[in-house]
Design a protein around this ligand. Structure first.
Ligand SMILES: [Zn+2]
Length: 292
């Protein structure tokens, strides 16, 4: 799959267009093998699992969620860890996932606790948007089940719930009884493969198809008064990948992962891009995103 120049094109921001604000929430942390975040050349067949790997490869990184404030209502992006990981991490993650990584959720950090701090309940949200179905992004789904709608791309949902899904880092119990509103991508010309979904129909929040780490993964382009904010989800694990070009160690399609990474780089290079925020980058601080 080749990225065309027009496909990479992000529109310029015009005065009078609707803008949003973006808040970064750290909804706990996860200890992962470094090879999950940055692909390694090694004799090991699956270093991203951390199995039979030295503890020195293990790093704690934040698990982010985001609150986007649009005039039509607040949008929560991803859900962080469920409060169950505080008392029964193994039960919540299951045997396989808990052998790959550790979860940590400090008091007050759960997504609903942070919404409550802002005087919000899940029912007050316009929607919840899931970037992909890996456990660290959907663990808290049950906490926000009262949201008016929970959006996920048709491809991400099919990839996660297919009978023969080979997708790692999934835990089906995390979406038990959750009613999703799956969305398809439009041939918009936006993104590495020219496909995206315009959440409110006004261009302010674009859900951009960025496959590679996961078939149906999206990145989110949010238009703020200061410029574009790009939430990369796990297209890259840290901004270090903008420099060294490393893709995640866990991919469903390495070539697509590279194309998605190149698109993220092309957005980062724009003068009207305020911030590029990988979900698990330890250097990204919680709070309102501004150009400062
Ligand atoms: Zn992740």
């Amino acid at each position: 799959m080749e990225m065309t120049t027009e496909a990479a094109a992000v529109p310029s921001i015009e005065p009078e267009q609707t803008t949003v604000t973006v808040d970064v929430l750290h909804t706990g942390a996860v200890a992962i093998d470094r090879a999950l975040a940055y692909e390694e050349q090694t004799w090991h067949p699956a270093p991203e699992t951390g199995w039979f790997r030295s503890d020195s490869n293990r790093v704690w990184v934040p698990v982010s969620a985001y609150l986007i404030s649009h005039p039509e209502g607040p949008v929560l992006v991803d859900t962080g860890w469920h409060t169950d990981v505080r008392t029964d991490e193994r039960g919540h993650l299951g045997r396989v996932l808990s052998s790959m990584f550790d979860a940590r959720l400090p008091d007050g950090a759960a997504v609903t606790e942070q919404l409550a701090d802002r005087g919000l309940t899940p029912a007050d949200l316009a929607s919840v948007v899931i970037t992909h179905m890996h456990s660290d992004h959907v663990s808290g789904l049950d906490l926000v089940r009262d949201a008016p709608e929970i959006l996920v791309s048709e491809r991400a949902l099919a990839d996660a719930t297919g009978r023969f899904s080979q997708n790692r880092f999934l835990a089906g119990n995390m979406w038990d009884g959750i009613e999703f509103s799956p969305f398809g991508f439009e041939e918009s010309g936006l993104g590495p493969f020219g496909r995206s979904h315009d959440l409110f129909g006004d261009g302010a929040v674009q859900l951009v198809w960025t496959p590679g780490h996961d078939e149906g993964q999206i990145a989110i382009l949010a238009r703020t008064v200061e410029g574009w904010v790009l939430l990369t989800s796990d297209v890259i694990y840290g901004r270090q990948s903008l420099q060294d070009g490393s893709i995640p160690g866990l991919t469903t399609d390495r070539e697509a992962a590279r194309t998605s990474l190149e698109w993220v780089r092309s957005v980062a290079d724009r003068s009207d891009c305020v911030a590029v925020l990988p979900n698990h980058d330890p250097n990204v601080q919680p709070g309102r995103v501004t150009s400062q």
